[in-house]
Design a protein around this ligand. Sequence first.
Ligand SMILES: Nc1ncnc2c1ncn2[C@@H]1O[C@H](COP(=O)(O)OP(=O)(O)OP(=O)(O)O)[C@@H](O)[C@H]1O
Ligand SMILES: [Mg+2]
Length: 448
Amino acid sequence: MTKTSLVYVCSNCDAQSPKWSGRCLSCGAWGTIGKEPTIPEVQNTEHIVRSTPGQIKNFSELDHHSVKPNLATAFQGLDLVLGGGLVQGSATLLAGEPGMGKSTLLSQVALALAQGGKKVLYVTGEESPAQIHLRLTRLTQNVSDTLSYLDDTRAEVVAATIEAAKPDLAIIDSIQSVTTEQASGEAGNVSQVKACAALLTQAAKKTGVPIILVGQVTKDGDIAGPRVLEHVVDTVLSLEGDKLHRFRILRAIKHRFGSTDETALLDMDEKGLKVITDPSVALLDARVAAAAGSAVGAMLEGRRPLLVELQALVTAAGYSAPVRKANGLDASRLNMLLAVLTRHAGIQVYDKDVFANAAGGLSVRDPGADLALAAAIASAVKNQPNDPKTAFFGEIGLTGELRPVALPELRIKEIARMGFKTVVCPTLKNPPAGIEVVQCKTVREALS
Ligand SMILES: Nc1ncnc2c1ncn2[C@@H]1O[C@H](COP(=O)(O)OP(=O)(O)OP(=O)(O)O)[C@@H](O)[C@H]1O
Ligand SMILES: [Mg+2]
C-alpha cells in the first residue's frame, strides 16, 4: 500500500518542504520553491523483510585501477586540476557563467584527444553543430575524423548512443539543454536537469565512458538547476573569471578521485585557452610600481601561491553617503577592513569614497590578502606609494591583530622568486633566509 504526498523543492539549495512558500526557509532565496512530482510514501515495509539478501564481497578482491586517472585529456590545465586526467566511467560537471569559455575549453580537449586517435563524441544542444564546427575550425586547422557529434537532446538517446558507440570521451554541452521523458517540464528545470544528469551518469558508469557535462551558472553564482547536480557527478569543475579580462581560473570544487587543491590560470584569446605557466608574472605585468594606492599581496589559489596587485582609490565623498565598491574582492570584507583601519590604525575613511580592485580580473577570496588591501588603502589615503620591492600577506582580525595564514613558506618563496626584497607578514615560527621578513603583530605596526 502506498500513499502519495506533494513535496516542494527549492531550486537553489534543494531543500524540501511539505508547504509552498515564497521564500526558501533553508537558504533564504526568493521565488525558488517549485512543485516536485508526487513521490510515493512507503506504508508497508513487509517487502524489505521478504527480499533475498544481497551478495557481500571483499574489498580486497576489487581492482581499484579502474578509478585511477587513465585518460589524460592532453589539455595541460585540465589534467593538472584533475590530478592526471579523467577516470573511466566518471561524470564531470564543468560549470561556468555564460561566455566564460566552457565550450571553447571542451572543444580544445576534444580536438587534442581526437588528434591523438581517441574517439570523442560531442553532444550538441546549446549550439548547432555548425556553430561548434565554426569554433573548432577557429581553434585548429584540421578537425580529426575521430571527433564526431550527436545532434540530439533526448537524454535516453544520448545514453543509448554512448552505450552503442563507446567513445573514449562524451561531452554533453549542456545539461540544461537535455530532456528526458522521466521528468516533466521544459529543458533546464530542476526535475529535468536532475533526471538527465542521473541518467547520463548511469550510462557513464555502465559503459566506463567518461562524460563531461557542461552546466550553466546563474547570476548568483549557483549552478543553474539543482545543487543536487553536484552530488550526482563525481567531479565539479568551475571556470571562473571576469569576461572583460583575459584570465580565467579553472578549479575543482569537488573531486572524488583526488585533491581539490590544484588550480590552473588560463589566458583566453581567439585561439582558445592557454595555460599560463607563470601566473604571478602575468598578474603583475601591467603594474605601475611607484603608484599610490597599490600593494602586492601573496594569496593562495588552492595550494598555489599567486602574487596579485591590489589597488585602492580614496576620494572625498562630498555631501552624499560615502561609496564603497569592491571589484574582484568581497565587499563586506572591504567594509570590515575599513572599519578596522579607522579604529585600530588611525586611517580615517568615514567621509571618503573607497574603490578597491584586484588587478587582472581575478576574484580574491583568500583572507591572507587582507594586509595587502589594507596597505593599498593606507597608501591611497596618505597619497604615498608603497615600496615597490615590498609584498604583504596576513589576515586582519577585528581587534586589529595580524593573524597567521595557511602556507606562509610557500607565499614567501613566491614573493622572493618574483624579485621582492621585503615581505611584511604575521609572526612566523621559522622565518626563511634570503629575503627580509618584517614580522608584525598588528595592522598598525605593519602599516607604519
Ligand atoms: N572569434 C573570436 N575571437 C576571440 N574570442 C572569441 C571569439 N569568439 C568567441 N570568443 C570568446 O569566447 C567566449 C565564448 O566562449 P564559449 O562559447 O566557449 O563560452 P561558453 O562558456 O561555452 O558560453 P555559453 O555558456 O554561452 O555556451 C566569448 O565570450 C569570447 O570572449
Ligand atoms: Mg557554450
